[in-house]
Design a protein around this ligand. Structure first.
Ligand SMILES: Nc1ncnc2c1ncn2[C@@H]1O[C@H](COP(=O)(O)OP(=O)(O)OP(=O)(O)O)[C@@H](O)[C@H]1O
Ligand SMILES: Nc1ccn([C@@H]2O[C@H](COP(=O)(O)O)[C@@H](O)[C@H]2O)c(=O)n1
Length: 235
């Protein structure tokens, strides 16, 4: 039971502190970063983009930075232990207890490394669904000077999404953790659906905390909405 006792706790984060993780995934240019900024403003999460953390590391001019740059230039996935450790470091530095992890996990290896190193079950996985033509159009108009926003690399990034990320999506779908939104509409319309998903999570969390603190309300909630059995998995 030792491993279970540590499950969910990241390094010096005190045991008992509840950490909320939401993964945000979708194809390249589907609007993950755009929706994450809106979620941060409204719901107070810390936004950690795996791609941004890797781009920051490239700027460090270290051997690891050069290795990362080569992978990114080819549109390939950087070895998972590198991206997971960058995420862990950023989580520890943030002081927040709610994280949006954007662009992660991108493949089964990412997911397994996360489960080995961080191992906090995501509350849910938000999938921003978008057609390939629309994603391509957005990336080609993005104009942020990204080294990987060129046609050759974009093609490779789409291939990685279709071959490696789809199995991760299927995994979370089977677990009942996937929340899919139609990302082809304008950003505010997409956010309406995203907002509803986060509000539902808050409502569930409130019901659980009321249920845990007050036996009468616990019984009452049981009668009203059957949430008596809802348990925080990490308790
Ligand atoms: N719903 C939308 N409708 C139209 N344009 C959008 C929408 N969402 C984002 N965009 C634009 O499309 C481009 C890509 O968006 P964004 O960077 O948020 O996508 P992403 O999924 O994070 O991309 P990547 O995976 O390549 O980092 C940006 O220029 C952004 O302004
Ligand atoms: N889990 C990840 C995420 C990203 N990468 C690399 O970064 C590139 C850009 O990612 P964006 O999310 O910013 O589009 C991506 O093409 C990969 O090269 C990664 O390796 N692992």
């Amino acid at each position: 039971m030792m491993a279970d006792a540590n499950k969910g706790y990241v390094g010096p984060i005190p045991p008992g502190k509840k950490i909320k993780i939401v993964f945000v995934i979708g194809g390249p240019g589907s609007g993950k970063g755009t929706q994450c900024s809106k979620i941060v403003n409204q719901f107070g999460y810390t936004h950690l983009s795996a791609g941004d953390l890797l781009r920051e590391e490239v700027k460090s001019n270290t051997e690891q930075g050069t290795m990362i740059q080569n992978f990114m230039h080819e549109g390939k996935l950087v070895p998972s232990d590198v991206s997971v450790r960058l995420l862990l470091k950023a989580m520890l530095a943030s002081g927040n207890d709610k994280f949006l992890i954007d662009g992660f996990p991108r493949d089964e290896e990412n997911r397994e490394a996360y489960e080995k190193i961080i191992n906090i079950d995501p509350e849910f996985v938000l999938l921003i669904d978008c057609s390939r033509e629309e994603m391509e159009r957005r990336i080609l108009h993005r104009n942020q000077g990204r080294d990987d926003d060129n046609m050759d690399t974009i093609r490779r990034r789409f291939q990685v999404f279709e071959e490696s990320t789809l199995p991760v999506i299927q995994h979370y779908e089977k677990m009942g953790k996937l929340r899919r939104v139609d990302g082809t509409r304008n950003p505010d319309m997409v956010f309406e659906d995203v907002k509803a998903i986060f509000e539902q999570l808050n409502t569930q969390a409130n019901q659980v905390s009321i249920a845990q603190t007050n036996p009468f309300k616990r019984w009452f909630l049981h009668l009203c909405c059957g949430c008596f059995d809802m348990q925080d998995k990490r308790d």
